[in-house]
Design a protein around this ligand. Structure first.
Ligand SMILES: NC(=O)c1ccc[n+]([C@@H]2O[C@H](COP(=O)([O-])OP(=O)(O)OC[C@H]3O[C@@H](n4cnc5c(N)ncnc54)[C@H](O)[C@@H]3O)[C@@H](O)[C@H]2O)c1
Length: 385
């Protein structure tokens, strides 16, 4: 038996909305016949695409064989046909839209960051709690194969006591000066304008918050140094603009349990590592280096014993002595979280990754920016549930 669930999808002409949420998640769930429920029935998402530009949204709907689309969000929110509102549009717009949806009694699911300020994020959480609607925030990295492998190693006690976590994230984002022969930029230009909700600290510290909290210990304090390494970029229309937000962040975190994490996040770095994101975890009994999908480990017994001698060529190949963790059966990380959220809306199972968790991400980003401004370490107070 099939049960229909109507979902208003907003912001799906964008990079994340279209690729990860519409195509890789919702349409893929439809293709597999829905989300399996405990009673043997299948929950089938029925999306309606809502956007500002009728032409664009109609073309997208047509391309994917979606019958329902529109430009009137207010009308969509009033409709009884759809019980879930999803938003992957601009971060700055999100609090207003989510609050409208909550007011209309919709369950809400959205991209991160949930807002650009902690005050707005907490406000949304309180509104959802009061209205008793279900809520979720994208925390996709938790379901990446590389992170799932790290979680398993941690649960098996492979690391012993975890001492430190080193995160390297980033790649070169082209400035977009196509008239001078550069390739077009591969990220939207708003990312580099503070006034439009941009900046790598706001973007990435939200991710690092849930990765650290869930895998290695709650974040207790932060010290962050940001930078705007590239002062000018070119937008989607080929116009030169001033980069007003940070494009790199060098942040250190103290975690509950004593581990120390340091993450370099940058859109101005060239990649010489296994993946766009790598996490090295060092523990008393062993270490691991995970990328988005792969993960390599080195146990205490396999740890080499180097001696400092710059007068001879390094006799140890440090890339040897690491072992690949075997692959399991992994699905797209965004889709996995969507399936859990939809089951939760259908009344099956708890869902930990709601607006309070989303607010924690914004809290860390806000404190990261403050730490940079004030040039000091800041404690991360626990948010009230
Ligand atoms: N989970 C992740 O890893 C991840 C990665 C990238 C971006 N994001 C988040 O996803 C969101 C979208 O990012 P993106 O990279 O897809 O950006 P994008 O610029 O490609 O897409 C933005 C979308 O919002 C729509 N939009 C913008 N302003 C609007 C307005 N005033 N009214 C209605 N619609 C409007 C655009 O038409 C487009 O559909 C952001 O909040 C971003 O932080 C999350």
């Amino acid at each position: 038996m099939q049960k229909r669930i109507g979902i208003i999808m907003h912001g799906v002409t964008g990079r994340m909305g279209m690729n990860q949420h519409l195509i890789r998640s919702i349409l893929e769930i439809r293709r597999q016949g829905g989300v399996a429920l405990k009673d043997g029935s299948w929950l089938m998402p029925d999306p309606i695409l809502i956007g500002r530009n009728a032409e664009k949204i109609a073309a997208l709907a047509k391309q994917h064989g979606i019958g329902r689309w529109g430009v009137d969000l207010k009308k969509a929110l009033e409709s009884k046909e759809d019980s879930v509102f999803f938003d992957a549009a601009s971060t700055q717009l999100r609090p207003k839209l989510l609050k409208q949806a909550i007011k209309a009694g919709k369950h809400v699911y959205c991209e991160k960051p949930v807002s650009t300020t902690l005050a707005e994020a907490v406000d949304m959480y309180k509104a959802a709690k009061k209205a008793k609607v279900k809520h979720g925030v994208v925390q996709d990295k938790l379901w990446l194969p590389g992170m799932l492998k790290l979680a398993k190693l941690r649960d098996e006690g492979f690391f012993g006591k975890i001492l430190s976590v080193r995160g390297e994230f980033g790649y070169w984002v082209f400035e977009g000066d196509t008239q001078s022969g550069q390739p077009p930029a591969q990220r939207p230009s708003w990312n580099y304008r503070k006034q439009d909700g941009g900046g790598i600290i706001l973007d990435m510290l939200c991710h690092w918050r849930y990765v650290l909290d869930n895998l290695f210990g709650e974040v207790k304090a932060v010290s962050c140094l940001g930078a705007t390494h590239i002062p000018f970029r070119w937008d989607e229309g080929g116009r030169k603009y001033k980069a007003t937000s940070d494009d790199a962040a060098y942040a250190t975190f103290k975690l509950a349990g004593g581990a120390i994490a340091h993450f370099n996040s940058s859109w101005t770095v060239r990649v010489r590592r296994d993946d766009l994101l790598t996490l090295q975890v060092d523990g008393t009994k062993g270490s691991a280096v995970a990328g988005l999908r792969g993960c390599r480990i080195q146990s205490y017994a396999k740890t080499p014993k180097p001696v400092w001698n710059p007068d001879i060529a390094q006799p140890i190949n440090f890339f040897d002595g690491w072992e690949e963790v075997p692959d399991g059966n992994y699905d797209n990380a965004f889709k996995v979280q969507w399936e859990m959220f939809l089951r939760h809306v259908a009344g099956e199972g708890p869902f930990r990754w709601g607006l309070l968790e989303g607010a924690k991400g914004v809290q860390l980003a806000e404190l990261g920016l403050k730490s940079w401004r004030q040039k000091k370490w800041l404690d991360v107070p626990r948010l009230k549930a």
